[in-house]
Design a protein around this ligand. Structure first.
Ligand code: ADP
Ligand code: MG
Length: 536
């Protein structure tokens, strides 16, 4: 049962630029109204002018149409992700993974952070556990009642809360006090079917989806913010300490048993149900991936090797970059106007926070340079950063009506563009298709890069000496995130690109499993497997 409601705000006030209404280069034929002509000229002259106007008009519209088609084909070309390009990207991802594992700072792009999660849940966990999942757009608080191997998840409840935009750029105290307050009221509503062990302090898993340098499974230092957050005083601080202090200020007794990234939570959730889960990917507001690595392949690992011989690596792959990435003018614009210019290029090309914004930038350019939507007056909304959320992109994309009525409705509702021609709507549809396909194929290249690193890119019969490839017949990718979950065509493009890149046998062995809210449940499961009362 879900309690609470989903209220999502896509606008990022920090990015809202002043709105400019373009009025330059007004073509003569549009600047003249028929009324003023009537007042100025004789009937004879008027007829002549009308003829001229109509001929100029049709010349102009055909020139504008040609110009739009030229821009579109240039954009399509610049965004292309042919197979050889995807292979180059996958190889570049694998190479960066190796560098990042060599030493601290071994890769400038991929942090490749070892996590300290030693006990992945395997089904026999029991009791009541909580999780807080701070993702980017929303945060979720949830509780699960675990019933061991037989009963598994007996009951679960969650609440989702939109993060007020002002808290994303305030102080860490304000942010954690807000979260602690919501957590306290959620705990206070713990009802039937949930039973805390008497004498036990409630335990919580904390999924904090920003780059954190962990020093133990219960502590970690924030390296930097992503996804539009900018709370300077939190950088370099222990996130668990900051959160537990806020919980203490509310007078609650809840202990953080595990600090994890949402990718790690998703991996844990995947493992709980399927032992073949080897990696997890988040495609939500932002993007990231983690996977299970052999500790021998991690030269920068310090301390005693884990008993399992395996370590979970949080890649922080959103910061991947490569000259092979098909970046366009729109990606540059999105990057420059972001709160973290120069960072997270991969994330800015493939994730939910940015896809809508890329589409908007392209539409704005087409409107300005080729009078898409009839010009010359451009809707101020079209020039307003983040006015088009990615859910609209998927709605536009899935419009299969003969005259693209849904596209018309969205252009009207979002950009206040009241009248559009079918051709214009078709161009908007094409732009969404190009941008979503590119994003999905790039995400696929990232996944193949990981499969390559763990020796799973040749299928289960590979004899490349990899320990991992020799013992499993399937490789499950646990997937979580609103973008992947809700954007069907994105899923289709991603799967197609994975299949294109791998041999048939390898492709068949790769299973992508969407675990809705897997990061939250997985994080509660990790609290269970790292409980101080752990007796199972
Ligand atoms: P978070 O990443 O904050 O944990 P989610 O995993 O729920 O949150 O992902 C939210 C993101 O998913 C939104 O920012 C949005 O970009 C994207 N999203 C949500 N619904 C849709 C949709 N219908 N189509 C495409 N993208 C969507
Ligand atoms: Mg999330």
């Amino acid at each position: 049962m879900a309690i609470g409601s989903r209220a999502v705000s896509y606008a990022n006030p920090a990015c809202v630029k002043s709105v400019v209404v373009r009025s330059q280069s007004v073509p003569q034929w549009r600047a003249l109204s028929s009324q003023s002509i009537a007042h100025q000229q004789q009937q004879k002259n008027l007829t002549k002018t009308k003829k001229q106007k109509s001929s100029k008009c049709s010349n102009h519209s055909s020139t504008a149409a040609a110009q739009i088609h030229l821009l579109l084909s240039q954009f399509r070309q610049a965004s292309a992700t042919p197979l050889h390009r995807l292979r180059q990207l996958a190889d570049a991802m694998t190479a960066e993974m190796h560098s990042g594992l060599m030493s601290e700072g071994g890769s400038e792009q991929l942090k490749m952070l070892p996590t300290y999660v030693e006990n992945l849940p395997h089904g026999d966990e029991e009791g009541l556990f909580y999780a807080v999942d701070l993702g980017g757009t929303n945060f979720r608080v949830l509780r699960v009642q675990l019933g061991g191997k037989e009963k598994r998840i007996v009951k679960q409840e969650y609440q989702e809360v939109a993060i007020p935009p002002e808290l994303m750029q305030g102080t860490s105290k304000e942010l954690f006090d807000f979260i602690a307050k919501k957590l306290a009221s959620f705990v206070a509503r713990e009802g039937e079917g949930f039973e805390a062990h008497s004498g036990h302090v409630r335990e919580l898993g904390f999924a904090f989806s920003f780059p954190v340098l962990q020093t133990s499974v219960k502590s970690g230092i924030l390296v930097h913010w992503t996804k539009g957050f900018k709370i300077s005083d939190a950088i370099g601080k222990d996130i668990v300490a900051a959160f537990e202090e806020a919980i203490g200020r509310k007078g609650d007794h809840i202990r953080v048993a595990a600090l994890v990234n949402d990718t790690v939570g998703t991996l844990a959730g995947g493992r709980y149900w399927n032992e073949d889960t080897m990696l997890s990917v988040i495609l939500g507001t932002g993007t990231n991936a983690c996977y299970i690595e052999q500790v021998d392949a991690v030269p920068k690992w310090r301390g005693a090797p884990p008993k399992s011989g395996e370590v979970i690596i949080n890649m922080e792959w959103g910061n991947f970059r490569s000259p092979y990435l098909p970046r366009t003018f729109a990606d540059e614009e999105v990057d420059i106007d972001s709160v973290n210019p120069g960072d997270q290029w991969f994330e800015k090309m493939i994730s939910g926070m940015y896809l809508g914004e890329i589409v908007r930038c392209v539409l704005a350019k087409f409107a300005q340079e080729a009078a898409l939507f009839g010009g010359p007056i451009i809707s101020p909304k079209l020039l307003e950063p983040f006015s088009l959320g990615t859910p609209y992109v998927s709605k536009i994309h899935s419009d299969e009506s003969a005259d693209l009525t849904e596209v018309a409705r969205i252009l009207k509702d979002v950009f206040e563009i009241r009248r559009t021609t079918f051709q214009e709507r078709k161009i908007v549809h094409d732009i969404c298709d190009i941008i979503a396909e590119r994003g999905a194929r790039l995400a696929a290249a990232g996944i193949v890069g990981i499969l390559n690193k763990i020796g799973r890119d040749h299928g289960p019969t590979a004899t490349n000496g990899s320990y991992l490839s020799s013992r499993r017949s399937k490789t499950v990718v646990a997937m979580d995130g609103g973008l992947y979950e809700h954007y069907t065509q994105y899923q289709v493009y991603m799967r197609a690109a994975i299949d294109e890149m791998l041999s048939e046998t390898a492709a068949q062995s790769v299973v992508i499993e969407l675990s809705k809210d897997g990061s939250g449940i997985g994080t509660a499961l990790l609290a269970a497997s790292h409980s101080q009362y752990h007796t199972f």
